[in-house]
Design a protein around this ligand. Structure first.
Ligand SMILES: Cc1cc2nc3c(=O)[nH]c(=O)nc-3n(C[C@H](O)[C@H](O)[C@H](O)COP(=O)(O)OP(=O)(O)OC[C@H]3O[C@@H](n4cnc5c(N)ncnc54)[C@H](O)[C@@H]3O)c2cc1C
Length: 470
């Protein structure tokens, strides 16, 4: 009997052993599957990397608003080639020393850290949306799940011979250029003469040209030397006050009147052929774009706004469908690229068609409030995509602008910015100059404090009928 039991045990035990091993293997497999499942869930939740490339007027509020939208569930990363934010709209105040460059800068690393946003201070050399990554100048690579391109413009000085700080004209497009222009202005004050200011063919940003000219005009009057300085405004716009927008309200009448009052001459429908030291060669065209008149305009100081393109890292990406031929990022009505559905874009780098055909090509400006509306729509739409929904928020693309004219100013509201519009309004007066100073302080405070749109701002603008989302 014992021998039988023993024999049975000897025969059965390997089967048990095999069974135990098999059960163990199945359990281990299940454990791996369960752990992997939870790990996937966990990673899926915390590991979405939302990268914002560019930290200017669009990029910094974008990082703040995105971070507020997703909290700690996802990573928000801000990349900029500059350690500081720059308040670009106040650059025209730098040359006559109404502002120092440092007044317009905010150190980004500490404020981003406080907001829980990773800040990478490096220049991007190539956006690679086919591989969801950005190549950086130091050879490193930043991977992303969502990318928001907010890189502003490349200043296409190379399109007109002699244009820009490396040629013979000053620039206020970047704070560093404005600092150089400030030194040019000091030299000019020692030996004043004619001034030529404006915007060349293909430009899309006209407001700062009017502002800079009127700021200098005010400064010359204050110094009692205006009588020594003939001023000419040269612009690709078809008429004064067009602003790349087909005019807003009565900007044509108001700006023409301001120029007449200040005895400033102008040339519209102007193409700048070339610029030499102290001389600008301009062709004025008629409404059929045929040459009408040649102008040779001598100058002792000049600032001409250039045309813009997308920055090299974006326009040379080689990715079909990312940009238009000028390197501006293509977006649908949700600010999302139609080809790469995890790529969004906000700010001057976005492709917008011209408002209308003009004898000399002009672009559509992308102004501050319009950019803020792109920012809010993008933050909402990425949040929706993270939740597995389709984007549904559309930016209002409204323009609310304050153009400083030295001691007075012109304000306008266009809802939406691109015609036909539901609301157009314009006004002028000293209050605009004061409001522009107030706005600069307010915006800089928001950047320092890490706020995008506080509720009181939202409420106030809502009362005026201005909202960020349609
Ligand atoms: C002189 C001037 C005055 C203006 N005044 C007004 C105004 O009064 N009101 C108004 O509504 N609009 C104004 N505008 C228009 C518009 O509001 C500004 O141009 C605004 O700065 C655009 O914001 P942005 O974020 O698109 O670009 P930017 O503010 O230029 O920001 C671009 C960012 O991208 C970064 N970047 C660029 N290349 C790289 C790279 N390769 N790698 C990493 N980072 C990179 C830059 O460092 C910067 O941080 C003005 C424009 C100019 C030029």
């Amino acid at each position: 009997m014992n021998a039988n039991i023993l024999t049975a045990c000897i025969l059965i035990s390997p089967c048990y052993l095999i069974l135990i091993i098999k059960v163990g293997q199945v359990f281990s497999k299940c454990k791996t599957i369960i752990i992997a499942h939870f790990q996937y869930k966990y990673e899926d939740k915390v590991m979405a990397r939302i990268v914002i490339l560019g930290a200017g007027i669009g990029g910094v509020p974008m990082a703040y608003e995105m971070q507020e939208m997703v909290g700690k569930d996802h990573e928000v990363i801000s990349i900029s080639d500059s350690p500081t934010f720059h308040f670009v709209p106040s650059n025209p105040w730098i040359p006559p020393k109404w502002r120092k460059p440092e007044d317009l800068k905010v150190e980004l690393a500490p404020v981003m850290k406080k907001k829980g946003i990773e800040f990478i201070q490096k220049a991007a050399t190539k956006v690679d949306p086919e591989n969801n990554q950005i190549e950086m100048a130091d050879g490193s690579v930043v991977a992303y799940d969502f990318l928001i391109i907010a890189t502003g413009p490349r200043l296409a000085f190379d399109e007109v011979p002699g244009l820009g700080p490396e040629g013979y004209t000053s620039s206020v497009c970047h704070v560093d250029h404005a600092e150089i222009a400030s030194r040019d202005w000091d030299e000019f004050m020692e030996d004043p003469g004619p001034i030529v200011i404006g915007a060349v063919q293909g430009a899309s940003c006209f407001g700062p040209a009017y502002e800079y000219m009127m700021i200098l005009e005010t400064e010359l009057r204050k110094r009692k030397i205006r009588d020594q300085v003939p001023i000419t405004f040269v612009t690709s716009e078809p008429y004064i006050g067009h602003l790349g927008l087909g005019g807003v309200g009565d900007t044509k009448g108001m700006l023409e009147s301001a120029l007449r009052e200040k005895t400033i001459n102008w040339v519209t429908n102007a193409k700048v052929d070339k610029i030499e030291d102290g001389m600008m060669y301009v062709t004025e065209v008629d409404e059929n774009s045929e040459d009408k008149k040649k102008h040779e305009l001598p100058f002792k100081h000049s600032m001409m706004l250039p045309a813009f393109t997308g920055i090299d890292a974006v326009r040379n990406s080689g990715a079909e469908g990312l940009t238009n031929p000028r390197g501006f990022v293509l977006v649908d009505k949700y600010q999302r690229n139609p080809t790469f559905n995890n790529v969004y874009s906000v700010g001057v780098c976005v492709a917008l068609p011209p408002v209308e055909k003009t004898p000399v090509p002009v672009g559509t400006p992308k102004t501050g409030y319009m950019i803020e509306s792109m920012v809010t729509a993008t933050a909402h739409n990425i949040k929706d995509q993270l939740a597995g929904k389709e984007p549904s928020d559309i930016p209002s693309l409204s323009a609310l602008c304050l153009a400083d004219l030295g001691d007075t100013g012109v304000a306008f509201l266009a809802v939406p910015q691109i015609p036909p519009r539901n609301t157009t309004w314009s006004n002028h007066g000293r209050w605009v100059h004061v409001a522009k100073i107030g706005f600069e302080k307010y915006f800089m405070r928001k950047i320092r404090k890490g706020i995008s749109e506080p509720f009181y701002e939202r409420m106030m603008l809502k009362i005026m009928g201005v909202v960020r989302l349609k």
